[in-house]
Design a protein around this ligand. Structure first.
Ligand code: MG
Length: 171
């Protein structure tokens, strides 16, 4: 390996994080996924706006820098976060990562929900998340799956999201 390549590889650091979030679905609240309002009869029972995608993403970023979890940074009994837009949670996690010299390389998100169908919203959600993260849309992956009728999500009682994120430093 050439000397320059060795030096470069030593400067590059990667950290990976995994986030998960779920909410019960109830009559009343709007369903917001990745900041995008989604037409649905049900919405999340939540203290904030209940955006499961952004909550999972926040935890993934916090996890990548070993900085605890979203509940530690934004307790759900704190009135400041009542109906709060969840993008502020992601932005907070990004700021903490940036202080350590890291920025988001890419993320991969899986949404678990029986309804509604998310195909019409996927690109809008991807573009919105890319904007928050400051990355190209090609660095944001969003997959939507049903639970095939299994369990509480399969019965339409809740919605969940998984997110993985790669943080990079020095690239
Ligand atoms: Mg949540």
């Amino acid at each position: 390996m050439p000397e320059t390549a060795v030096k470069t590889s030593l400067m590059i650091m990667f950290r990976i994080g995994l986030g998960y979030d779920s909410h019960r679905l109830i009559q009343g609240p709007p369903l917001i996924l990745g900041t995008v309002p989604v037409e649905c009869e049900l919405g999340p029972a939540a203290h904030s706006d209940g955006d499961v995608v952004l909550h999972a993403l926040t935890d993934a970023i916090l996890g990548a820098i070993a900085a605890g979890d979203i509940g530690e940074h934004f307790p759900d009994d704190d009135p400041r976060w009542k109906d709060a837009p969840s993008r502020i949670f992601v932005e907070h996690a990004i700021t903490l990562a940036a202080k350590l010299g890291y920025h988001v390389g890419n993320c991969d998100i899986t949404l678990l929900t029986e309804a509604p169908k998310l195909t019409p919203y996927k690109q809008k959600i991807i573009d919105s998340i890319a904007g928050i993260l400051g990355v190209e849309a090609s660095c944001v992956s969003l997959k939507a799956k049903t639970a095939e009728g299994l369990g509480s999500i399969g019965r339409g009682e809740g919605i969940a999201s998984l997110a993985t994120v790669m943080l990079t430093k020095g690239v």
